[in-house]
Write a protein that binds this ligand. Structure first.
Ligand code: SAM
Ligand code: SF4
Ligand code: F3S
Length: 456
């Protein structure tokens, strides 16, 4: 960890008594959101307050995602529209951080075509932010740091979005190199945090009232493989489960190739671990899985599912799917439909394949039209809707323990929350319950949520 104390003090001196506002917006996955919270932690030390109004901001940081082209286009659109803002307020500092900046061609494009951006910060260089900011405050037109410090920012206190749900990254990077995916190129190789640091952080979060702990990593179940005397992921779960208090442990994502029986046994045996598993399958065709370099077949994936269902036949599973991987045939796509019908996921997160330059799949021939890909996506979503409508009915009559999240969007007087099984639950209730656990008796099932009334 870089010692930033002197730089931070110098920035505070420059600001003096004047109030400074920062607008930090994170895109992409929860790991990136967690990085955004660390960025905010550093900014708070420098004396910044936070605003959701970019017009009020003295500093704007866009913490970007590169997983699909549409995510990048969105950020370029936003950065472009900020040119005017910079013209009307020349003292405004605009910075771009996150996964997009880790690609050289993107960092170059930002430097060349978006002069309103003065700071570019790589995914592992969060602790370089104070130095870059100081350079900007002293008048430097462009500063960038996209080097890798292997710095887990242990010492940076996060400014968390929620006061009852906390994300805890347990590892960084990915070694899997799925052929479609940019993440290993922008996040580097797997690095696991020290288990003692994780356990201490979770203990502190629980004692300060956090009710949901979300353990994060691109592939959480390979946690610890790079540590000499560390713990495996199932062992870590068992240690965290021993922490006293009323809270729930979630985690994502798990790679099916590493979803061992040991992990599944730990889920069932640890009282505080949620009874839900997000197990991204990506495709129902073993041929496509091979070309994706996923390192499992459909049969192997189904063995894992069978083991879970042998312990709990209606266990909650969710998944990620990619539609339109290069040269995905009708047979391949139909195999995906068959797979989701067989597994009966509670929810799927599906994406149309997006070509990422630098990945292996970007060089694969692809004769499938955009129209076919969109049609397949619609069919997939329609099939899942039918599955969910049917499958959610199993919750009717049951009592579900729910962590209350917020007001329900469309129903006045109603609240929404997530059950232990990661199902959205709606019910009537008072706003004072937000952030608390309640027991809800389920009376209705839709295809996206269930509804009921509080019994405790
Ligand atoms: N590490 C996690 C895993 O392997 O399950 C997923 C991380 S990735 C950020 C989230 C999801 O984005 C993936 O599961 C995949 O479905 C999707 N994804 C990744 N690259 C993609 C691409 N090039 N086009 C479309 N979807 C993509
Ligand atoms: Fe991407 Fe595959 Fe790594 Fe997930 S496991 S982040 S999909 S390369
Ligand atoms: Fe996007 Fe980076 Fe996450 S590419 S999905 S923000 S790791």
């Amino acid at each position: 960890m870089k010692d930033n104390t002197a730089v931070i003090n110098e920035i505070r001196q420059i600001f003096g008594d004047s109030e400074k506002y920062a607008y930090v917006r994170s895109f992409g996955c929860q790991l990136n959101v967690s990085d955004g919270e660390k960025i905010k932690g550093l900014l708070r030390k420098m004396g910044y307050s936070f605003t959701d109004d970019e017009n009020k901001a003295d500093l704007i940081i866009l913490n970007t995602c590169a997983v699909r082209e549409s995510a990048e286009d969105r950020v370029f659109g936003i950065v472009g529209s900020m040119k005017k803002l910079k013209e009307t307020k020349p003292s405004l500092i605009i910075g771009v951080a996150g996964c997009m900046t880790a690609q050289e061609h993107i960092a170059e494009k930002i430097k060349k075509s978006y002069p309103q951006v003065e700071i570019v910060l790589g995914t592992s260089a969060i602790s370089a932010l104070p130095s870059l900011l100081l350079e900007s405050l002293k008048g430097k037109k462009f500063s960038a740091d996209i080097s890798e410090y292997d710095d887990f920012s242990e010492a940076v206190e996060q400014v968390r979005e929620s006061n009852f749900k906390a994300s805890v990254p347990i590892m960084f990077g990915c070694n899997n190199f799925c052929t479609y995916c940019i993440v290993p190129y922008v996040r580097g190789r797997e690095r696991s945090r020290d288990p003692e640091d994780i356990i201490k952080e979770v203990r502190e979060l629980v004692s300060s009232g956090y009710k949901e702990i979300m353990l994060l990593g691109q592939n959480v179940n390979s946690y610890g493989k790079d540590l000499k005397d560390g713990l495996s992921f199932p062992q870590l779960l068992r240690e965290l489960d021993k922490i006293e208090g009323e809270f729930i442990i979630r985690f994502m994502s798990s790679h099916p190739k590493d979803a061992s029986r040991e992990l599944i046994d730990a889920i069932f045996e640890c009282e505080k671990v949620a009874k839900h598993l997000h197990l991204p399958v990506q495709s129902g065709s073993s041929d496509v899985l091979k070309r994706m370099n996923r390192n499992y077949t459909v049969e192997k994936y189904l063995e894992t599912v069978d083991y879970i269902y042998s312990k709990a036949p209606d266990f909650s599973l969710t998944t990620d799917l990619i539609v339109g991987f290069p040269d995905e045939s009708d047979e391949d796509f139909n195999a995906t439909l068959e797979l989701i019908k067989k597994v009966r996921y509670d929810n799927i997160y599906s994406f149309i394949y997006s070509k990422r330059s630098g990945t292996k799949a970007a060089a694969m021939p692809d004769a499938i039209s955009d129209e076919t890909k969109s049609k397949r996506m619609r069919t997939l979503l329609e099939t899942q809707r039918e599955i969910s409508s049917e499958h959610y009915k199993r919750f009717i009559g049951r009592t579900m323990r729910v962590l209350v999240d917020d007001h329900a969007k469309k129903r006045e007087g109603y609240l929404t929350g997530k059950s232990n099984e990661f199902i959205i639950v709606e019910f009537e209730g008072d706003a004072s319950l937000i952030g608390q656990f309640v027991d809800v008796k389920i009376t209705d099932a839709m295809n996206w949520a269930v509804a009921g009334h509080i019994i405790k």
